[in-house]
Design a binder for this molecule. Sequence first.
Ligand code: ATR
Length: 284
Amino acid sequence: MHAKLICLIGDPVEHSISPIIHNEVFRALNLNYVYLAFRVLPEDLMDAVRGLRALGVVGFNVTIPHKVSVMKYLDELSPDAEVVGSVNTVVNMGGRLVGYNTDYLGVVNTFKNLGIKLEGTSATVLGAGGASRAVIYALILGGVERVFIVNRTLEKAVSLAGEFSIKFPNTSLIPMSLTQENLREAIQKSHIVINTTSVGMYPRTEESLVPPDLLRSDLVVMDVVYNPLETKLLRDAKAVGAKVIDGVNMLVYQAVASFKLWTGIDPPVDMMFRTAYSVLRQLR
Ligand code: ATR
């Protein structure tokens, strides 16, 4: 029997460890699937989606920069993908391509498994792109009272805050531009700080949007960047005694949810974590 195909489309995709994580589980569980990554340029996205449909793939992951633009080429969206406004997982249901968002589930399960209470807290979220949408949705579901959305381009934070405020009137969403004063104010009032931007990612590993003197021991600090495992933000946070959560958590828990959507099988979460950490530790 031929292997069933699952893909990743994005640009860049060379650094993604999703193929390794999924293929390792397919091998271990003796499942006849294979996961391959393809670099797809924005102008080729429509053709790529059509091609995947024509090839009859089981499904695919979508990453930067296609998480929003892919939606118009799909036949259906899950309610969660619709609310978040981005798709990272597509399931081929007999020729109908259905878009899901499992990134937000990655965040929900990260907090749940680490026993971090969100109810009634305030959070600072750095960035207002696709990852930020998933993170903010997860925070809202967890009962966060207030989110400061701090972004380099203020208009993007304003429009995201406006859109989510209509959908979730019980959460206070405050857009801010990325200035030292705003960061100071937001973090001072927050229990949680989450970086959803690519700042700090390899090779620019000495960058962080948060000046170390704004960090405190009572903060929970999370980064969606997983390469390096310990970003400068997390290193600074650890140094002041804050609780830190690395990007592997969100990566693995979103992979767990996507795997289940494609195969109907709950993958071994521990194996996914072990694979991810071992690959990332070997990178350099
Ligand atoms: P993703 O899907 O990973 O969220 P994205 O939608 O392109 O990717 O969003 C990237 C986010 O990182 C944006 O909020 C972006 O800020 P702008 O809206 O101003 O572009 C932020 N970002 C990327 N590089 C940054 C940098 N060097 N400094 C500050 N913010 C940065």
